[in-house]
Design a protein around this ligand. Structure first.
Ligand code: SAM
Ligand code: SF4
Length: 334
């Protein structure tokens, strides 16, 4: 049995969830995440190594982290990912390992993901139309992503679809995406676009907020029913009578869910973010590589959680260098 503590921040919120970005590399160039010619990737040596990530997870599990989401960048472009996933699924105290992937190279890996015990997968699909998918991601790979979608369902892995709603790009996809929930037992979640696109460009971020997305869905599905949201859910959830799946809306830009935020993030280089909108609290890799003990690492995390912003607006206001956000979501870990 792992000795288990409950971890709280300075606002009394329980912290039990780590989002770990394992790479900043990606094989897509999604419009809302990266410029067309990509981002400046960090040196490989600046990435946390697998050994460092395993050590950190072991320390954090003893502090109270029990759920991990592996994200990036695209997790599956990093070599050795399956072995790493199998290892972290076995770390005492870690009850659930989840993944977020673009699904481009994931289909053949699904049987093994099931075998090692991955709890659920969030698959990013912003359009079901091949041309629009290409325009958004700048790669013509929708068929490979759909292969992953069907493989996930075939292997009974709980699946959610993440779809970023972009003004002028894919709002015509909202209804077809909702229609997926008719026959498939998936949670389709519409995400408000955030300013993490690697350039700070504002694509009309506030135009398609959660209210507008909901209104659009109701034009075709006026009988959409509100269903209870799971604890710590970032999405507000709905169901259409007779449909197998559910629909969620994530007010990521409006930030309506900060009051129950239970998560911390580690970027691929080891920067701790206690809020998506902060500019990073400390870089744990520097301490690991300087020989810090587990107790010292623990103390660093506890101190950071004692000074956490109350919400994403406060975190944004306190950013070093001002409020301007120019990181790509791939360097943060979405
Ligand atoms: N590459 C994987 C993928 O796309 O699923 C994992 C990393 S990606 C950064 C994680 C999630 O962040 C994806 O669902 C993506 O759609 C979302 N995301 C990226 N940039 C975003 C932005 N500017 N606003 C809202 N969501 C964003
Ligand atoms: Fe890559 Fe995911 Fe960013 Fe798209 S959202 S560019 S798939 S990291």
């Amino acid at each position: 049995m792992v000795e288990r503590n409950m971890l709280y921040d300075n606002h009394g919120r329980v912290i039990n969830y780590l989002r770990l970005a394992v790479t900043d590399r990606c094989n897509l160039r999604c419009f809302y995440c990266m410029p067309e010619n990509g981002i400046q990737y960090v040196e490989k040596s600046a990435l946390l190594s697998y050994e460092e990530m395993i050590r950190l997870i072991t320390v954090l599990a003893k502090l109270g982290i029990e759920k991990i989401r592996i994200t990036g960048g695209e997790p599956f472009v990093r070599k050795g990912m399956m072995k790493f996933l199998a290892t972290i699924c076995q770390i005492p105290g870690i009850r659930a390992v989840h993944l977020t992937t673009n699904g481009t190279v994931t289909a053949p890996l699904i049987p093994d993901l099931k075998k090692i015990g991955i709890k659920s997968v969030n698959l990013s699909i912003d359009s079901l139309d091949q041309q629009r998918f290409f325009e958004i991601t700048r790669r013509d790979v929708l068929p490979a992503v759909m292969e992953t979608f069907h493989a996930l369902l075939k292997h009974n892995i709980t699946t959610k679809i993440n779809s970023v709603v972009m003004n002028g790009k894919n709002t015509d996809d909202i209804i077809p995406m909702v229609q997926l929930t008719k026959d498939y037992p998936v949670g389709v979640r519409f995400i408000e676009e955030m300013p993490f696109n690697g350039s700070g460009a504002d694509h009309g971020l506030s135009l398609w907020n959660h209210h507008k997305i909901l209104e659009k869905i109701k034009t075709v599905y006026p009988d959409l029913e509100k269903i209870p949201d799971p604890d710590f859910s970032t999405s507000t959830n709905y169901k259409i009578p007779g449909h197998s799946g559910t629909v969620g809306i994530i007010a990521a830009y409006s930030r309506t869910f900060c009051g129950t935020c239970n998560r911390i993030r580690l970027t691929p280089t080891g920067l701790l973010k206690t809020c998506l909108y902060d500019s990073g609290v400390f870089n744990v890799k520097d301490f690991l590589r300087a020989g810090a003990s587990d107790d010292e690492i623990r103390a660093l995390f506890l101190n950071a959680l004692g000074h956490r912003a109350k919400d994403g607006f406060e975190a944004e206001k306190n950013r070093r260098g001002g409020q301007f956000v120019s990181e790509s979501m791939a360097t943060i870990g979405g």
